[in-house]
Design a protein around this ligand. Structure first.
Ligand code: NAI
Ligand code: MG
Length: 358
């Protein structure tokens, strides 16, 4: 298989972990005889410094012509005082919008070696393995009007969806559920919001197309509670933009570490942007101690979701699992009695296990 991959290292540890991801990908593609070509471009603060904008046209063009994009992270104190059009985050929101990435997938899986780092009880989190499918380009964060009125005495935000926007994210979630344990929980606020009533209608209509998937509806407040009291009841969760934003951060405590969480943002034709959930970690940037595993696991998502390379993705996930089982960790991971290593060594350990699996 031949693919064009754009690398957007961004800022801080983004630059460090993207190197690790590329090395792991190179090793996997070599083993399976695929040819991936990499093109590196600027985004975020790095792009502001070099080109005077967080999202240069050249970067957008390259991403539009690629089969998938890998992004490190953007942001840092250096640009915190900048006016809003010169903020690194503008680059990230801009590229998601420009590429039409409407589906944000966040798999949350507790690794046994890290469970004690979660503030939740071991027996509650052990074995939890779920996927949150969040609508990313509509809903409350994009609806208009969104403005202050009457000199700030009134304010309005708008939760707006076209039916087709709900249909495509619900389809994506059903398809994701099919690849997993075939259970879909649709989360809404249908007892109050009209948009949620339509959301629920769409899920009910779509059900007929996926008879093998079991469907459940939950109100968002109840879902928030169940996510941390009984996470094992969930397989795939599909929900509106803001609900998904909140629930996915909440769910991240199940794993006990930000440095382990990958994400995918997709559009219908399979083109996607893959990035770790964490940010640019300015406090540890340049020290060579960043945990590269979230970025590495993001490449596995790319192989699976953009290219259908399930076996290759599993090789990477298995290698990460084995490194943890062998007792290695980075400074952010609290592995009991763990051998703490830096970014480069962690990457080497993963590479070793990628090549060992035969
Ligand atoms: P952060 O995720 O960068 O860091 C939070 C804490 O976790 C820090 O102590 C950091 O050292 C640690 N950490 C995060 N990832 C790590 C890794 N891979 N290995 C080891 N330790 C890790 O969040 P924070 O500090 O709130 O934001 C820093 C900057 O990143 C800000 O400018 C923020 O806007 C930006 N940011 C960017 C995101 C993105 O590009 N998608 C997402 C979140 C924040
Ligand atoms: Mg968030």
């Amino acid at each position: 298989m031949e693919k064009q991959i754009v690398l957007l290292p961004g800022d801080g540890i983004g630059q460090e972990v993207i190197e690790s991801a590329k090395k792991v990908l190179e090793s996997v593609t070599e083993r399976f005889h695929h040819t991936f070509t990499y093109h590196t471009h600027d985004i975020g603060g790095a792009a502001i410094d070099k080109h005077g904008t967080p999202l240069p046209d050249d970067t957008v063009r390259a991403c539009q012509q690629s089969d998938a994009v890998l992004l490190g992270a953007v942001g840092g104190p250096k640009w915190d005082q900048n006016p809003s059009h010169l903020r690194p985050e503008k680059g990230l929101l801009g590229i998601r919008k420009q590429l039409g990435l409407f589906a944000n997938l966040r798999p949350i899986k507790g690794f046994d070696q890290l469970l004690h780092a979660s503030p939740l009880k071991h027996e509650v989190v052990a074995g939890s393995d779920l996927l949150i499918v969040r609508e990313l380009t509509g809903g409350l964060y994009f609806g208009t009007p969104s403005e202050r009125r009457q000199n700030g005495k009134e304010v309005v935000d708008t939760l707006h969806y076209k039916r087709e926007e709900i249909e495509r994210i619900v389809d994506n979630a059903f398809q994701s559920a099919r690849l997993r344990r075939k259970h879909l929980t649709s989360v809404d606020k249908a007892n109050v919001l009209e948009s949620s009533k339509v959301w629920r209608e769409v899920v009910e209509e779509k059900k007929a197309d996926y008879p093998d998937v079991e469907v459940e509806h939950l109100l968002v407040d109840a879902a928030a509670m169940k996510l941390i009291t009984n996470p094992k009841q969930f397989d795939v969760i599909v929900t509106e933009n803001m609900f998904g934003d909140i629930l996915s951060d909440e769910a991240s405590v199940l794993t006990g570490s930000l440095g382990m969480l990958p994400s995918a943002s997709l559009r219908e034709d399979g083109v996607g942007l893959y990035e770790p959930v964490h940010g640019s970690a300015p406090d540890i940037a340049g020290k060579g101690v960043a945990n590269p595993l979230a970025m590495i696991l993001s490449t596995a998502l790319m192989l699976r979701h953009s290219f259908g390379l399930d076996q290759e993705a599993a090789v990477i996930e298995e290698a990460v699992q084995q490194v943890l089982e062998d007792g290695y960790c980075t400074g952010d991971l609290d592995v009991k009695g763990g051998k703490v290593v830096g970014t480069k060594e962690m990457t080497r350990l993963v590479l070793e296990r990628v090549t060992e699996q035969d």
